[in-house]
Write a protein that binds this ligand. Structure first.
Ligand SMILES: *Cc1c(COP(=O)(O)O)cnc(C)c1O
Length: 364
């Protein structure tokens, strides 16, 4: 028997969340963001559920090849554009649309020999200060691109730094709109948080939204809002079983470093899941865990292959009982990945992407 740990990807939830994002921005087209191997879910595992999207957006050229290999003939967007002039050959061959965020990428395009002119998304740095042309250099970049025979159509994009947070997006929207108002072309501005929180504003909604994490069942602005508030469903479940039970007496400790000490008699379960499976080691006593669908808490330190849970809320549980680390339990009980991420001081993105290769994954 393999270890009982298992990750399950839920196509029904992916479909639901995609529909939910579409409804949040009516009339806009939707990029399904499948970078980082579909946020750790696996491009091949999510493809069928997400093929109702208008296009797939990603970073890695190999990921673009995988999406084409699955038979997708629609739009594919390279969110960071090309990393090397030779990548443009693959863009021409596979019909990839690509971001253009710096002068080097325009130089490479100008020197690129192609029969098929490219569709590009010219990226503006409206305040995030990662990639893109700053407003004062944006129009010059647009004019240069517009003059190239290698370019068929120019769309305009920018990315928000605080769509999930109090600072908000108004300053970036203002900068983008002021700079681009009289330029032709489709617009794409919104990630998950902006699509859910701000897409009532047509300028924010644009022609294409780019929701990532919400499609994967996470509330982008947790803990202000949770997935129930946004009507999103978990798309990844990490589940395992109890492989041991211990009865503690007051004064007994649990795990490495004895970070937990029982002050009353306590039954605990030992779960076949540790940080080598991708469960965050930073989770401490109190992190929520479901045992037989009942909410209880992690106790002590997470070790490489095991962690311990308090069985007092689930007295019937014992050896072999089902454990849900995040996602949904067999009885439908839900433990949002956002809660586990928050307990580890990080974001759901990191947990999804860090699911370890040793964990078997099924679709169901
Ligand atoms: C990753 C990414 C997104 C999606 O962001 P979420 O917060 O996951 O919705 C959108 N746009 C760009 C440019 C990205 O890199």
């Amino acid at each position: 028997m393999p270890r009982p740990i298992l990750a399950t990807i839920h196509p029904d939830a992916l479909r639901h969340n995609l529909a939910r994002m579409r409804a949040a921005a009516p009339d806009a087209r939707v990029w399904a963001i499948v970078k980082a191997n579909a946020y750790g879910h696996g491009i091949e595992r999510v493809f069928d559920a997400l093929r109702g999207a208008d296009g797939f957006a990603l970073l890695d050229l190999q990921e673009a090849e995988r999406v084409r290999a699955l038979g997708w003939r629609g739009p594919i967007l390279l969110l960071e554009g090309v990393f090397d002039p030779r990548d443009l050959e693959l863009c021409s061959r596979l019909g990839l649309w690509h971001a253009v965020h710096c002068d080097q990428q325009i130089d490479w395009l100008a020197a690129h020999k192609t029969q098929v002119p490219h569709r590009v998304f010219l990226k503006m740095n409206s305040g995030m200060n990662r990639l893109g042309f700053p407003p004062q250099r944006f129009r010059a970049a647009w004019t240069r691109l517009d003059a190239l025979p290698q370019v068929e159509e120019i769309s305009l994009m920018t990315h928000f730094s605080d769509a999930d947070a109090p600072r908000g997006i108004a300053h970036q929207v203002r900068s983008f709109v002021e700079t681009t108002h009289d330029l032709p072309g489709e617009r794409s501005l919104s990630n998950s948080a902006a699509s859910l929180r701000h897409a009532g504003d047509l300028q924010v909604r644009g022609d294409w939204i780019r929701p990532g994490v919400a499609v994967y069942g996470s509330a982008p602005d947790f803990p202000e809002h949770d997935i129930r508030h946004w009507d999103l469903q978990p798309t990844m479940t990490l589940a395992s079983r109890l492989i041991g039970v211990q009865q503690l007496l007051p004064g007994d400790t649990v795990g490495y470093g004895s970070s937990f000490t029982a002050d009353v008699p306590l039954r605990i379960g030992v779960v076949a899941c540790g940080y080598a499976d991708g469960y965050p080691r930073h989770c401490t006593t109190g992190t929520p865990v479901l045992v037989d669908g009942v909410r209880t808490r992690l106790i002590g330190r997470v070790s490489m292959d095991m962690l311990a849970v308090d069985l007092s809320p689930v007295p019937h549980a014992g050896f072999g009982s089902a454990v849900t680390l995040w996602g949904r339990a067999d009885d439908g009980a839900v433990l949002p990945i956002d809660e586990v991420a928050a307990a580890a001081g990080t974001l759901s993105y990191e947990l999804m992407c860090a699911l370890a290769p040793r964990v078997p994954v099924v679709v169901g």
